[in-house]
Design a protein around this ligand. Structure first.
Ligand SMILES: NC(=O)c1ccc[n+]([C@@H]2O[C@H](COP(=O)([O-])OP(=O)(O)OC[C@H]3O[C@@H](n4cnc5c(N)ncnc54)[C@H](OP(=O)(O)O)[C@@H]3O)[C@@H](O)[C@H]2O)c1
Length: 292
């Protein structure tokens, strides 16, 4: 595994992080509540045994069952080998005390005394206003002070202008998380947000590096573009490498729904420093982008 700086922390994060929103489910329905537990735990253990040290879940993933599964998967010594990230469901919070209520429930479900990286989930203009009106940053600071949270960050869905407001609106963010992939360079925070957050010293956690699976399962005309040149790397490997080729990025979170995907993405992460995209690979990605 390759490791990278995590913002200003004295800690190195694995290039690949495990996104826990896409576990295999009983009916193969994405995001469903019925996770195929033995398979999902085997995937997490494979990743951790191969050096992944960042696990990202959230209160709402798999209808609440992702945190429960992660809590069980991290028993038997695995918890100490990773840093755990989960998220406060800001849109469900109505009163300041709800913040602590959700956090207490999450600590219990995750079977841990501390959540290393706690995110305010999916901030946008409206969510950020609520965070300020209910003074949730003070609640978060109390949780940091008494050790329930290690570091505070936010995940994000809105314009780059709102992203900059949020980055500037609080001096103690450690990290931020947003969509970034070779097709979504200008979406939401985008490349501008990436540079901005990095300039402020925030660790950058990328989500949707393969566009939520659209890059790996493209419609037929796009598949023909991918097939137009024989490529040594798969679309998933190329899309992940594109993210890793940005030095500002700390970790690329991949949602993985099969063990084969975990094996492939771990192998890609192993090569992430040694194998930047070639000129030909960049040209292929530009053609795919042009065809979208
Ligand atoms: N905070 C937020 O608001 C937020 C929002 C989105 C995501 N996230 C976090 O970020 C993580 C990553 O984002 P994401 O899961 O939405 O998107 P993603 O990682 O871009 O895409 C995940 C999908 O890509 C496909 N895939 C991954 N590796 C593959 C491989 N080697 N070969 C073929 N297909 C592959 C799988 O599709 P199939 O299942 O179809 O095979 C998988 O379900 C999430 O799991 C979650 O932890 C957070």
């Amino acid at each position: 595994m390759q490791y990278r700086a995590f913002g200003q922390l004295d800690w190195q994060v694995s290039a690949l992080g495990f996104g826990c929103a896409r576990f295999p489910t009983a009916n193969d329905k994405p995001f469903a509540a019925e996770i195929r537990e033995p398979e999902a735990i085997a995937m997490l253990h494979y990743a951790i045994d191969h050096g992944v040290n960042y696990i990202d879940t959230a209160y709402v993933y798999h209808e609440g069952n992702s945190e429960l599964l992660v809590g069980r998967a991290l028993q038997g010594g695995y918890r100490a080998r990773v840093r755990l990230a989960t998220k406060s469901p800001i849109w469900l919070i109505e009163r300041p005390e709800d913040f602590d209520r959700y956090l207490t429930e999450q600590l219990r479900k995750l079977q841990t005394e501390q959540i290393d990286f706690y995110l305010l989930h999916g901030l946008n203009q409206k969510g950020w206003r609520k965070v300020q009106e209910l003074d949730l940053l003070s609640s978060a600071e109390r949780a940091i002070a008494d050790g329930r949270i290690g570091w505070l960050g936010f995940s994000f869905h809105d314009s780059c202008e709102v992203f900059q407001q949020i980055v500037d609106g609080y001096a103690r963010w450690t990290f931020c998380q947003f969509i970034y992939n070779f097709l979504d360079v200008e979406k939401e925070a985008g490349a501008r947000g990436l540079k901005y957050a990095a300039s402020k010293g925030l660790a950058i956690v990328v989500m949707e590096p393969v566009q939520g699976g659209k890059i790996t399962d493209p419609p037929r005309p796009l598949q023909e573009v991918w097939n137009s040149v024989p490529a040594a790397r798969t679309p998933a490997a190329l899309a992940l490498q594109w993210v890793w080729d940005h030095p500002e990025v700390a970790v690329a979170l991949s949602g993985m729904s099969t063990l084969r995907q975990v094996e492939e993405n771990v192998a890609s992460a192993d090569l992430s420093v040694a194998s930047p995209l070639t000129v030909d690979e960049l040209a292929l990605l530009a053609r795919v982008r042009g065809a979208c």
